[in-house]
Design a protein around this ligand. Structure first.
Ligand SMILES: Nc1ncnc2c1ncn2[C@@H]1O[C@H](COP(=O)(O)OP(=O)(O)OP(=O)(O)O)[C@@H](O)[C@H]1O
Ligand SMILES: [Mg+2]
Length: 238
């Protein structure tokens, strides 16, 4: 007999009444205020809102970089508050890729080694990882530059390296904090194209904080946050 209960898809990430406050009891800063939302497999989410509205704070909670002062965060069905530091680090390393505004590449390493780096930390030998690393470098359009150090590349090319590094371990979720914030409009547009392509081809889920109207318009789902609260959450018409 078949199971009467269909398997429910567990959301990739859940924030449940998650709040984050900084500062002292006398002068608290409520960066995030009782936010409840879910991120599902395959989504491409633009997280929009003014400076100081809580975008980076929300991303840091989702990624387990930071803990909520109240409420809960679940990643892959696991309550992050129940994990010790080692378990948290392992889950994060396994499930999440990061992309930042200022690329955060290792300047003394080549493009290849920057992308290989997360695999090296997992104990993969260069020779074992080579084919996969080159495949990702090719996907982000940098095959001609794989031997060069990031300092010899343009901003857009450096962000491509960072995206390749974020994707190399095939994470379920990529968290990107203003990935086009340091790029000119046209280069930013190319990076948006690349992120959308990766979402489509690799089925990687993306949540991306941004001030870019273009990214907001091209994202499938838009979450708008103001003063630490979700003010709007909608799906763009195709
Ligand atoms: N480590 C911290 N200590 C104290 N206050 C903080 C800290 N991090 C963030 N805040 C405060 O929390 C609020 C939300 O900050 P957050 O960085 O999440 O905003 P944001 O939406 O990412 O802004 P931006 O668009 O400028 O990056 C702000 O008032 C900020 O000053
Ligand atoms: Mg921010």
């Amino acid at each position: 007999m078949s199971d009467a209960h269909p398997i429910q898809a567990v959301p990739l990430a859940i924030l449940q009444n998650a709040s984050k406050s900084y500062g002292s009891a006398a002068y608290p800063v409520h960066a995030l205020q009782a936010v409840t939302t879910e991120i599902h497999d395959g989504e491409f989410i633009a997280l929009c809102g003014p400076s100081g509205s809580g975008k980076s704070t929300l991303l840091n909670l989702v990624a387990g970089i930071d803990e909520p002062t109240e409420g809960k965060v679940f990643l892959l069905g696991q309550d992050l508050a129940m994990l010790n530091d080692r378990q948290m680090a392992a889950l994060r390393a396994d499930a999440i890729g990061f992309v930042f505004q200022f690329f955060n590449l290792l300047p003394v390493l080549s493009v290849f080694d920057n992308v290989y780096y997360p695999l090296m930390l997992n104990g993969f030998r260069r020779s074992e990882a080579r084919e996969h690393v080159m495949h990702i470098i090719e996907k982000v359009g940098l095959i001609d530059h794989y031997r060069r150090p990031p300092g010899e590349l343009s901003g857009g090319q450096q962000q491509r390296v960072a995206i390749a590094r974020a994707l190399v371990k095939k994470p379920r979720l990529v968290v990107a904090d203003e990935p086009t914030g340091n790029l000119d409009t046209r280069t930013g547009e190319e990076i948006i194209d690349l992120l959308l392509t990766m979402n489509h081809e690799l089925k990687t889920t993306f949540i991306i904080s941004t001030h870019s109207p273009l990214l907001r318009d091209r994202a499938r789902r838009v979450v708008h946050i103001e003063d630490g609260r979700i003010k709007d959450d909608f799906v763009n018409a195709k």
